[in-house]
Write a protein that binds this ligand. Structure first.
Ligand code: ATP
Length: 359
């Protein structure tokens, strides 16, 4: 039996807004699940329904197979780390971390033991006497996480816990959160709009858009087997390139070129005249001509050197694409280049339903 089960969960706010539609998910003990999607897609609302901070309008939430819809936040054995981590400014790091246990009237010795243990896991041992104002953003965030993990609950919910940190701190904290999860083995549900955070942290990712789950899967599945245009475009950086167009004589055009879709879809005849989306990832191209690949000639508009890789912005007619190349192979701006997209790395989607078509 799954540890947490969400069965056809819906949220309709009192103003009538339907924020979450038929959300289904089973979470195993110890899993790290990430809800990801653009702002307003309903990820925080879903998290808050799991926490018991928001009523579930329709559907069932089960903990260990038992209905928990009516249970209050405390009874659910769930701890939450919020986006704004508001520590008590007049309390030391030690007291901030200990606060929840102190309130519960836990024995001083046990509190001390647990705070020291949490501080060790979080690398805060040397800061226990400090006030929050004397800490960096990353250290404050660790204190906030410490306050949650000290409670030894079954589930940790984290709502954009890294959003107040700068880019460098986010990378460090991401690593630390992964370490904390490894050490505590706690079931974690983590909300973010950042696909990199989702990909690097998750055992499984739930991609949401406009209140609907688009796909649930491992980072590998979402990257290599996206089920629709939205997931294909959301996961991966830079995003997947899409060419949208009507199929004419079994081809779709990229600038002046016609790409023979029969190479990818055996039954291309049935799509004649219909709109399809041809997708390929920037990092899946090869410069020059290659066997078993679509060949495209285009003009280089701009290059962006990122270190070992360079993003190359190309244009053919009115079609644009981004290619990711080894920086040693960076082409010159304004020159024409030829690149190849191996058939196996091409995704075809239905232009109407936006769902992937398997060839
Ligand atoms: P963000 O990343 O911006 O926090 P999110 O994906 O977490 O976005 P939610 O906060 O879950 O999104 O909100 C989902 C939708 O529900 C949004 O359109 C939001 O405006 C709406 N919403 C949130 N709270 C309420 C409320 N109390 N009443 C009515 N609508 C609400």
């Amino acid at each position: 039996m799954a540890y947490l089960t969400l069965k056809n969960i819906n949220k309709i706010y009192p103003n009538g807004f339907h924020a979450v539609h038929n959300f289904n998910l089973e979470i195993e003990k110890g899993e790290f699940v990430v809800f990801v999607g653009p702002s307003g897609c309903g990820k925080s609302t879903t998290l808050r329904m799991i926490a018991g901070l928001e009523d579930i309008s329709n559907g069932e939430f089960l903990i260990n197979g038992e209905r928990a819809n009516e249970k209050g936040p405390r009874e659910r054995e769930i701890a939450m780390v919020f986006q704004s981590y508001a520590l008590y400014p007049q309390m030391t790091v030690y007291d901030n971390i200990a606060f929840g246990l102190t309130l519960q009237g836990v024995d001083e010795d046990i509190i001390e033991q647990r705070v020291n243990n949490v501080a060790r896991i979080l690398g805060l041992t040397d800061y226990l006497d400090r006030l929050p104002r004397a800490l960096s953003g990353g250290q404050r965030q660790r204190v906030a996480i410490g306050r949650a993990i000290i409670r030894k609950v079954g589930v940790f919910l984290m709502d954009e816990p890294l959003s107040n940190l700068d880019a460098k701190q986010r990378v460090t904290m991401r690593y630390e959160i992964a370490q904390i999860h490894r050490e505590t083995g706690a079931t974690t549900i983590y909300v973010t709009h950042d696909q990199t955070e989702a990909m690097t942290l998750a055992d499984r990712i739930v991609v949401m858009k406009d209140g609907y789950v688009q796909q649930t899967g491992t980072p590998y599945q979402l990257y290599f087997e996206p089920e629709n245009v939205f997931v294909a475009g959301f996961i991966g950086e830079p995003p997947m390139n899409f060419l949208r167009g009507k199929v004419r004589n079994g081809t779709i055009s990229f600038g002046e070129m016609e790409l023979d879709l029969g190479k990818k879809l055996k039954d291309i005849g049935q799509y004649e005249g219909k709109e399809l989306v041809f997708g390929f990832r920037p990092e899946h191209i090869q410069l020059g001509s290659h066997e078993n690949a679509y060949e495209v000639t285009c003009n280089v508009e701009l290059t962006e050197m990122l270190g070992d890789n360079t993003n190359v912005y190309v244009v053919a007619g009115k079609d644009h694409a981004i290619l990711k190349v080894d920086s040693h192979d960076t082409p010159e701006t304004d020159k024409d280049i030829t690149f190849s997209i191996p058939y196996e790395n091409v995704y075809i989607f239905d232009g109407e339903t936006e769902k992937v078509i398997k060839g």
